[in-house]
Design a protein around this ligand. Structure first.
Ligand SMILES: Nc1nc2c(c(=O)[nH]1)N[C@H]1C(S)=C(S)[C@@H](COP(=O)(O)O)O[C@H]1N2
Ligand SMILES: [Mo]
Length: 258
């Protein structure tokens, strides 16, 4: 986003952002509310400029009405998140998880089998070689974490819609759930799963996804905030039963995106 000159609305925004920090400094992140959770993040995801009073006001009023169903209606399956150039990639790219870097799970690729379950025709498991053979796609997009940072990275893999087609997913189902190697879990809505920028990724910056960024795979959605993007995916399931998510079950907004 462009740097903005100070204005009353921007000051309001600044103090809201301080609220975010204050909440994050609290021993428990559970108090993290829906209201401020997606404030700065959503604006960046939608490419919405907060550089003038009017757009800040429009934006704040939208956020104050924020809830999952409203966000679901706002989501436009054809709208694309911004993409960036090679030169804009953030180096080094930050690591984040609900634990420190020393506790990153190291999944053994030789034994690894991705499980696919629920409302799919083909419940076969997938080896890394089989996943690597899927049609390729790559994107340079911005990852936005609600903890107050964002970074641009390059992820490669396959369009998630291609994968869902391969496994014969029931695309009239409501949710896709993810179980991860580190006890993290997440779920997303079907329109986001089928969005053209939603990628099942196996590489970061042209290299095999390193453990810290989610080996063996990470679902990358530039239309969603960082916590919605599961790393170390071990199982993918299609369901009509709301699966929740690691942070969502502690009060984060489920939709978490645009
Ligand atoms: N399995 C798993 N996925 C996860 C997390 C996690 O703790 N475990 N943290 C989420 C959050 S809050 C962020 S910001 C991003 C961080 O991804 P990065 O390490 O590639 O920056 O991963 C998301 N996906
Ligand atoms: Mo995050």
């Amino acid at each position: 986003m462009k740097p903005s000159r100070p204005s009353q609305s921007n000051l309001d925004r600044a103090s809201l952002e301080i609220d975010v920090r204050r909440e994050l400094d609290m021993p428990s992140r559970r108090l993290f509310g829906k209201r401020i959770l997606t404030l700065g993040g959503l604006a960046m995801l939608t490419g919405c400029s907060l550089s003038d009073d009017k757009s800040v006001e429009t934006f704040l009023s939208r956020v104050s009405r924020l809830n999952d169903s409203v966000q679901g209606w706002l989501f436009d399956p054809n709208r694309l998140a911004p993409t960036y150039t090679e030169a804009e990639i953030t180096r080094p790219f930050p690591f984040n998880a609900f634990y420190g870097i020393d506790d990153v799970p190291h999944v053994d690729g030789n034994d690894f089998r991705l499980q696919v379950s629920g409302l799919v025709q083909d419940k076969k498991t997938w080896t890394i070689a089989e996943l690597d053979a899927l049609p390729k796609a790559e994107q340079i997009t911005r990852h936005i974490c609600v903890e107050g940072w964002s970074a641009i990275g390059r992820w490669g893999g396959t369009p998630f819609s291609t994968f869902l087609k391969r496994v014969g997913a029931d695309t009239s189902a409501k949710y896709i759930g993810f179980k991860c190697a580190d006890d993290y879990y997440e779920s997303i809505d079907m329109p986001t799963a089928l969005h053209p920028q939603t990628l099942l990724t196996f590489t970061f910056d042209g290299e095999r996804l390193p453990p810290r960024y989610g080996y063996p795979m990470k679902l990358r959605m530039p239309t969603k905030l960082g916590y919605k993007n599961p790393k170390h995916i071990m199982e993918i399931f299609v369901t009509n039963t709301f699966p929740g998510g690691y942070w969502v079950d502690q009060g984060y907004n489920w939709f978490g995106g645009s």
